[in-house]
Design a protein around this ligand. Structure first.
Ligand code: C6P
Length: 412
């Protein structure tokens, strides 16, 4: 992430006070939670928003004539407006609540995918998470479309010239991750979007790993779809968002079907609801949307530029220290990186590293990170991955280093 120097510094000790879960011992050591790319933690403000809702206001939304249902509906729709403002969408009609990034991408693959025919092409990159690969593979099986994959170089950066060369008359959609979860690479998405749009090709961005770390403005990006999850940005699990450009969503057929997505149902035929409800079948995760809005308000209060600046400091501190360890190699050395480090230590399996680190209170992820093609590209079974949030400290990175040194002594 690029460092924004003008942003006020975070008071990280005060921020940590909002996250009681961080103040615990694990296996006799202070917890150093460095698995934020898998799922972040939630501040009290998010927990309280959800508890208040369930304590005072819960009922089903969009259905009831009674006061609690009205209140629940108001909270749910206010959450949608918070999301709209957070990503600077033009209208709440463009904000669809989903279960997460995965469901958001599946929605596009299903609904937009109905336009595709045999021989059409979908362009992705070699650094995608499985959630931005498999839905397209299934779509290709259904439609006869072809999946094209733009390669990455040894630093884990997209090879731009190859990406551009793959944009052709048959390309019907570009689906690219904003930030790679396995490598940390921040893609030059504005360049990619401009190139695709100049050829009339819609673009979906997988924003799961970007939106917790930097301000996202979908109008400035000029993307057609932007998918993300609540649980990686201090919100609840089971809630996420698909932003879709209204002109694009307007023409798409529904995804799931049932209650709330219809206007009328009869055995002669069914008419569908307006946006965004047409894409929200069934009772939604009301408390999840409320918690997500509280998380967005929390991040906005801290300031996304301040968060980005703190995390950039953590990334360079961690990178410098890790490189001092003999036999350690970093996988993913892009010039523009988010606050995570994937690495291997010669002679130690990443899962063993993960287990030993846990014994010292350090939580990291080890394995293929649901990005097996990335591992294949680098000829690896997996990596160890430390991923940082704004509430992490340099002290926790020192604790990671100490635990890694211990692992090296154990395997010496
Ligand atoms: N990556 C990780 O440890 P869901 O599960 O729907 O909230 O998010 C899926 C997803 C999609 N795209 C990217 C870039 C992601 O990183 C993820 C989730 C986690 O890296 C869990 S596999």
């Amino acid at each position: 992430m690029s460092l924004v120097t003008a942003s006020p510094p975070l008071d990280v000790e005060a921020v940590r006070g909002d996250f009681p879960i961080l103040a615990q011992q694990v296996n006799g050591h202070p917890l150093a939670y460095l698995d934020n790319a898998a799922s972040s933690q939630r501040p009290l403000q998010v927990l309280e928003a959800m508890q208040n809702y369930y304590t005072h206001d819960h009922a089903n939304v969009h259905r009831g004539v009674h006061s609690l249902s009205h209140r629940a509906t108001d909270h749910y729709e206010a959450a949608r407006e918070t999301v709209r403002a957070f990503v600077n969408a033009a209208s709440v009609r463009e904000i669809i609540f989903t279960r997460g990034t995965t469901e958001a991408i599946n929605l596009v693959a299903f609904s937009f995918g109905q336009r595709l025919q045999a021989g059409d092409e979908i362009l992705i990159t070699a650094m995608e998470h499985h959630s931005n690969i498999v839905p397209w593979q299934l779509l290709c099986e259904r439609s006869g479309a072809v999946l094209r994959v733009a390669p990455i170089n040894d630093a884990g950066e997209l090879v731009l010239a190859e990406f551009m060369a793959l944009l052709g008359p048959r390309t019907k959609l570009v689906a690219v991750t904003h930030v790679s979860n396995a490598l940390g690479t921040v893609n030059p998405v504005k360049v990619l979007i401009a190139a695709a749009r100049s050829r009339g090709i819609p673009v979906l961005l997988d924003g799961a790993q970007a939106i917790p770390h930097q301000a996202v403005d979908v109008r400035d990006l000029d993307c057609d779809f932007y998918a993300f999850s609540g649980h990686k940005m201090c919100g609840p699990t089971g809630i996420g968002v698909l932003y879709g450009r209204e002109a694009m969503l307007q023409d798409l057929p529904p995804f799931q079907s049932g209650g709330d997505m219809i206007l009328t149902v009869s055995f002669k035929g069914t008419t569908y609801n307006e946006l965004p409800y047409r894409f929200e079948a069934g009772t939604p995760h009301i408390a999840g949307a409320i918690g997500l809005a509280a998380a967005m308000n929390y991040l906005t209060r801290l300031g996304l530029p301040s968060i980005a600046a703190w995390e950039a400091g953590l990334l360079s501190y961690a990178t410098g220290l890790l490189l001092q360890l003999p036999g350690l190699s970093i996988v993913g050395t892009a010039r523009d990186k988010a606050s995570l480090v994937s690495f291997n230590i010669a002679g130690i399996h990443p899962h063993d590293l993960g287990t030993i680190l846990d014994q010292r209170g350090v939580a990291i992820r080890a394995g293929h990170h649901c990005a097996m093609p990335v591992m294949e590209r680098f000829g690896l079974a997996g990596t160890a991955r430390a991923s940082f949030a704004f509430y992490n400290t340099r002290g926790e990175i020192d604790q990671l280093l100490d635990a890694l040194r211990l692992a090296q002594r154990m395997f010496a």
